[in-house]
Structures are given as structure tokens and as C-alpha cells.
Design a binder for this molecule. Structure first.
Ligand SMILES: [Zn+2]
Length: 58
């Protein structure tokens, strides 16, 4: 049971925050929300397979 509390405390003490965004797998451009939903890259003018990227924000 204590391990659960330890894990919770670690998360609480974690000061780094992460944002998740999506990149086009072809051109590496960051996709907008509509582009991500529609799987459509404006740069490639077609279907894209979005790649989820996590980035630390301070
Ligand atoms: Zn693209």
C-alpha cells in the first residue's frame, strides 16, 4: 500500500510539466488540432500519420 502513496508523492513533487502535441510523420511539422483530427497535413496536402510528441515546459 505504501508504494501507492510513494508514487502519488513523486507525481506531486514533479515540477516539470509536459505538453503533448502531434507532428506530421512526413514533414515533421506540428499539426493543428483540426489537422490531427482529420489526419490531414496542410503542408503535405494529404493524409498524415500524426506522431505524438511530449515536450517539457518550464
Ligand atoms: Zn506533413
Amino acid at each position: 500500500m505504501t508504494s501507492t502513496f510513494d508514487a502519488a508523492r513523486q507525481i506531486h513533487n514533479e515540477t516539470d510539466r509536459f505538453v503533448t502535441f502531434h507532428r506530421c510523420s512526413a514533414c515533421d511539422r506540428v499539426l493543428s488540432i483540426p489537422e490531427f483530427i482529420e489526419r490531414h497535413c496542410e503542408e503535405c496536402k494529404g493524409y498524415t500519420k500524426p506522431v505524438a510528441v511530449k515536450e517539457r515546459v518550464s
